[in-house]
Design a binder for this molecule. Structure first.
Ligand code: SAH
Ligand code: SF4
Ligand code: F3S
Length: 473
């Protein structure tokens, strides 16, 4: 219950969602699959690749698990709670499988990679286990499983980026889309399981990224988010004699597709975000002024144990530089409380850092030890859960105030907003986002507007999580 402090979706706190594209005729397919995704955006994006591979094989997506021949869970291992959620869901599927014996259940994603064949022993009714780099082999594995074998492929790859696969946009609003630009992570933060579940970092062919973004724009999308665990270390060399494409160059290429295509990116590692990226952001109006810059801890000593390779002072200088070059930029963060050996003084340093950076919002977690990580091997998980949670609550309280203050500062300003759809609470209001990634809700009035249009909205109120406004003519 303490795991997430904001209303925004992220990581495993984002509930599993069943996906099916709206525009496919279900009767054209020989079998139906149902896919539920957990974890970070990368996983949701991977589910769209999986859907594309399955479509090619004549499988159609369904939102109704009861009518599925194949059930997939795309899983997350980032914290223990994320894995527990998936195990619970698997137990529910077991009952369904008993009623419908031909149904296959497959585990995809990070838990598949972490637990490998062990998952088959632990979860007896799982038929397929497929790691994040092995989705191309899904059709083969499905036929093996059809033949009664347990099918496993958890090989990690050094070069798989699924560059040539056009994702089937699942559950899409038709306005905003995620485009994966790299896979894996080489950073080895000591608390983190991702380098083990996702393998070595590799960058996707720049041309294929541009093509995918152009296709989205032509299909009416107005915003792309470039995705990777560490986008700032994107580096692609097209041919031996051609100039390498850095992340700043890639951002520029995507920004140049069309002035009314918004560009976002996630996630930046503070150590890798360069001035070149910040200059590129300031040069193009359509690159959104928002940076997710995970802090993790405000104490240099803890940061060292976490293997984050920056100090408190270095991080502060980075925040200063962002605010200097991009005065309007929104900044958000990830914070972990109760990492190994964390003292009350370390914790206070994290709190003071939140106040220094004035984050618009943060995703906050208490430390969850993950088997096999550097921290698990080197340090003792020595902070009692009660203390971890108490510190988390303190951080949450501080961030809540900061988020509210940040919203209050926007009252009286006018923002360019991309309309995404109806407000959740009222059909007579629109919901959209500012460049800074803040959600804003405003009455539709008598104007004839549609999702995907840009409007100017004057902010006249707010809650802690949302701006409230009115259309400017
Ligand atoms: N690549 C991204 C983060 C991926 S995981 C980055 O480097 O920013 C998202 C967040 O989950 C991390 O930033 C961290 O705050 C949190 N996290 C990762 N491992 C964790 C663990 N073992 N316990 C608690 N939180 C963790
Ligand atoms: Fe994990 Fe660190 Fe890589 Fe992010 S940068 S995925 S926290 S190892
Ligand atoms: Fe989870 Fe894997 Fe993403 S562990 S956060 S789904 S990379």
């Amino acid at each position: 219950m303490f795991d997430l402090a904001t209303t925004k979706v992220h990581n495993e706190a984002r509930q599993g969602e069943a996906f099916a594209p709206f525009d496919l005729d279900p009767n054209q397919f020989k079998r139906r699959f149902y896919i539920e995704s957990y974890g970070c955006q990368m996983n949701f994006s991977d589910s769209e690749i999986v859907a594309s591979i399955l479509n090619e094989e004549g499988f159609g997506a369904t939102r109704n698990v009861e009518e599925a021949d194949l059930i997939f869970l795309n899983t997350c291992s980032i914290r223990e709670k994320a894995e527990q959620t998936v195990r619970k869901r698997l137990t529910e599927f077991k009952k369904l499988k008993k009623r419908r014996p031909g149904t296959l259940v497959g585990v995809l994603g990070c838990m598949a990679e972490r637990l490998k064949a062990k998952l088959l022993e632990e979860e007896k009714l799982v038929d397929l286990v497929i790691g994040p780099d092995a989705y191309r082999t899904l059709p083969q594995l499905i036929s093996e499983a059809d033949g009664g074998q347990k099918a496993v492929n958890v090989l990690l790859s050094r070069d798989e980026t699924y560059a040539d696969i056009s994702p089937v946009r699942l559950n899409s609003n038709g306005i905003t889309a995620f485009v994966s630009i790299m896979r894996g992570c080489n950073n080895m933060c000591s608390f983190c399981v991702v380098p083990f579940t996702r393998g070595r970092e590799r960058s996707r062919d720049a041309e294929s990224i541009i093509r995918e973004c152009k296709d989205l724009y032509e299909a009416g999308y107005k915003e792309v988010t470039l995705l990777g665990q560490n986008v700032d270390s994107y580096y692609y060399v097209p041919e031996a004699d051609e100039a390498p494409v850095t992340f700043a160059k890639l951002l520029e290429k995507v920004a140049l597709i069309a002035p009314d295509l918004r560009v976002r990116f996630s996630t930046s590692h503070p150590k890798d975000i360069t001035d070149e990226v910040l200059f590129t952001m300031s040069k193009y109006e359509n690159i959104c002024k928002y940076i997710h810059l995970p802090l993790q801890s405000g104490s240099t000593r803890v940061l060292q144990l976490m293997n984050r390779s920056y100090t408190r002072e270095w991080y502060m200088a980075k925040v200063d530089r962002i605010k200097e070059l991009l005065p309007e930029c929104g900044i958000s963060s990830d914070v972990i409380t109760g990492f190994c050996t964390e003292t009350e003084d370390d914790h206070k340093e994290t709190i003071s850092m939140l106040q220094y950076a004035q984050y618009d919002m943060s995703y906050m977690f208490f430390y969850s030890e993950r088997p096999g990580t550097l921290a698990h091997r080197r340090y003792t998980d020595d902070i009692p859960e009660g203390i971890k949670k108490r510190r988390l609550q303190e951080i949450v309280d501080v961030q809540s105030k900061l988020s509210h203050q940040s919203n209050l500062r926007d009252i009286g300003k006018t923002f360019k907003v991309l309309i995404e759809g109806d407000s959740k609470k009222s059909k007579t209001a629109w919901m959209g986002r500012t460049s800074q990634n803040k959600v804003i809700v405003f009455e539709k009035m008598h104007y004839d507007l549609k999702p995907g249009e840009y409007v100017l909205v004057y902010v006249n109120g707010c809650t802690q999580a949302t701006l409230l406004g009115e259309l400017v003519k």
